[in-house]
Each structure stands twice: as structure tokens, then as C-alpha cells.
Write a protein that binds this ligand. Structure first.
Ligand code: HEC
Ligand code: HEC
Ligand code: HEC
Ligand code: HEC
Length: 126
């Protein structure tokens, strides 16, 4: 092979390897990394810090206990995809705030662990 062609071959090989590496990276990237570590909800009643990954890790809560639409491998949606700002009367749908309160406080009370008092979740509004 002429040196010129050898160099071309090397470049092509390099590009192929790069493409394979990129494919492997996307295919093998752990899905768990999409899970937020923690979230800060801002609102008129004061910010709420939610330790998302501590709940799934240390407290061992299933994804579907909160993302309750997760059957048959559905994706995770924001609560507000379904629970809108105002409760809907015709289909009995809780508002986003009511749904969050019912779920967060409901579990804390049921388990006898975790905050149920307003100020234990909501930082004093500025
Ligand atoms: C204790 C309740 C709880 C548990 C358990 C939980 N989540 Fe969440 N997760 C939430 C809440 C609340 C939100 C915020 C939703 C919103 O803003 O409407 C959220 C948001 C998310 C988001 C961001 C959605 C977006 O588009 O912004 C992802 C992704 C997610 N959770 C994945 C997971 C996965 C994966 C698990 C299980 C390993 C899990 N969650 C377990 C309550 C929980
Ligand atoms: C894909 C739509 C959808 C998403 C996303 C969704 N919900 Fe719901 N939710 C519903 C429907 C429909 C109902 C009423 C029927 C039922 O109880 O399943 C409901 C009911 C509830 C209830 C009352 C449960 C009961 O047993 O009475 C709570 C609490 C709740 N949702 C909290 C949440 C929270 C918090 C989130 C986000 C982490 C969330 N939901 C995301 C559709 C959704
Ligand atoms: C299915 C059960 C469950 C749900 C739903 C849940 N929690 Fe918790 N939470 C726990 C448990 C268990 C603890 C640990 C309490 C302890 O060990 O003292 C906890 C502790 C906490 C704490 C104090 C310690 C920390 O990790 O920050 C906060 C704040 C909290 N939860 C906020 C929330 C919020 C906000 C939501 C709703 C978006 C929520 N939780 C939903 C089970 C739950
Ligand atoms: C377990 C934690 C927790 C407790 C306890 C709690 N809240 Fe909340 N609160 C939240 C979360 C999470 C939200 C949702 C924020 C969002 O929708 O982004 C919220 C939202 C609200 C909102 C709506 C704010 C806005 O601007 O949309 C009000 C008002 C509120 N809470 C008042 C209260 C009051 C009053 C109490 C006590 C009776 C209380 N909360 C107890 C976690 C809690």
C-alpha cells in the first residue's frame, strides 16, 4: 500500500472506532443518571427542598410509589402533566399542590417518619 493510502485507511479506521465508542456510550449510559438528585420547589408558601435520590436510595421508596402512572414501563412525567394548577371538577383530578401534599404528607404520616408540619418542608418565605 502507498503511504498516502495507508494514512487514509488509518483516518477511516479512527473514525469508525470513534463512531463505535460514541454508540457504546449512548447505549450503556446508565438510565439512573436521569433521576434528579434533589429538587427545589419554589412557591408562595416558601421553598421546599426535596431530596429525590435520598428518598429512592436511603429511604428505599419505589419510583412508582410517587410516579404512580409508571405501569408497563411508561416514562416519568411531571405531576403537572396530569395534575394541573387548578383541580378539574369534571374528572375529579387533584390540583398539582393538593396531589403533592397528599402524596408527600400522606406517606410521611403513614410511615410515622418525615415532616408533616408546614414549616418542616417550607423554608420561611422571603
Ligand atoms: C418520594 C417520591 C418520589 C420517588 C420515590 C421518585 N420520584 Fe422522581 N420525582 C418526584 C417528584 C415529586 C418529582 C417532580 C415532579 C414535578 O416537578 O412535577 C420527580 C421528578 C422526577 C424526574 C424529572 C422529571 C422531569 O421531566 O423533570 C425524573 C426523571 C424522575 N423523577 C425519575 C425517578 C426515578 C427513575 C425514580 C426511581 C428510581 C423516582 N423518580 C422516584 C418524586 C419521586
Ligand atoms: C399520567 C397522568 C398522571 C401523572 C403524571 C400523575 N398523576 Fe396523580 N393521578 C392521576 C389520576 C388519573 C388520578 C386519579 C385516579 C387515581 O387515583 O389513579 C391521580 C391521583 C393522584 C392522587 C390521589 C391518589 C389516591 O389514591 O386517591 C395523588 C396523591 C396523586 N395523584 C399524586 C401525584 C403526584 C405527586 C404526581 C407526580 C409525582 C402524580 N400524581 C403524577 C394521574 C396522574
Ligand atoms: C412513599 C413514602 C414517601 C413519600 C411519597 C415522600 N416521602 Fe419524604 N420521607 C420519607 C421517609 C421514609 C423519610 C425519612 C424520615 C426519617 O428517616 O426521619 C422522609 C423524609 C423527608 C424529609 C426530611 C429528610 C430529608 O430527606 O430531607 C423531607 C424534607 C421530605 N421527606 C420531603 C418530601 C417531599 C417534599 C415529598 C413529596 C414530593 C416526599 N417527601 C414524599 C418517605 C416519603
Ligand atoms: C412534606 C412536605 C410539605 C409539607 C409538610 C407541606 N408542604 Fe406545602 N408544598 C410542598 C410541595 C412539594 C409543594 C409543591 C410545590 C410545587 O408545586 O412546585 C407545596 C406547595 C404548597 C403551596 C403552593 C405554593 C405555590 O405558590 O404554588 C402552598 C400554599 C403550600 N404548599 C402550603 C402549605 C401549608 C399551609 C402547609 C401546612 C399545613 C404545607 N404546605 C405543608 C411540600 C409540603
Amino acid at each position: 500500500m502507498r503511504p498516502e493510502n495507508e494514512r487514509k485507511l488509518a483516518v477511516i479506521l479512527g473514525l469508525v472506532l470513534l463512531a463505535v465508542a460514541a454508540l457504546c456510550y449512548t447505549a450503556l449510559k446508565p438510565e439512573a443518571s436521569e433521576e434528579p438528585i434533589r429538587m427545589l420547589f419554589r412557591g408562595s408558601a416558601g421553598d421546599v427542598l426535596f431530596t429525590h435520590q435520598v428518598h429512592t436510595g436511603d429511604y428505599d421508596v419505589d419510583c412508582a410509589s410517587c410516579h404512580h402512572n409508571l405501569d408497563d414501563g411508561d416514562e416519568v412525567y411531571n405531576c403537572s402533566e396530569c395534575h394541573e394548577a387548578e383541580a378539574s371538577q369534571d374528572d375529579d383530578m387533584m390540583s398539582r399542590t393538593d396531589a403533592m401534599h397528599a402524596q408527600c404528607i400522606g406517606c410521611h404520616e403513614e410511615m410515622g417518619a418525615g415532616p408533616a408540619e408546614c414549616a418542616a418542608c417550607h423554608a420561611t418565605p422571603k
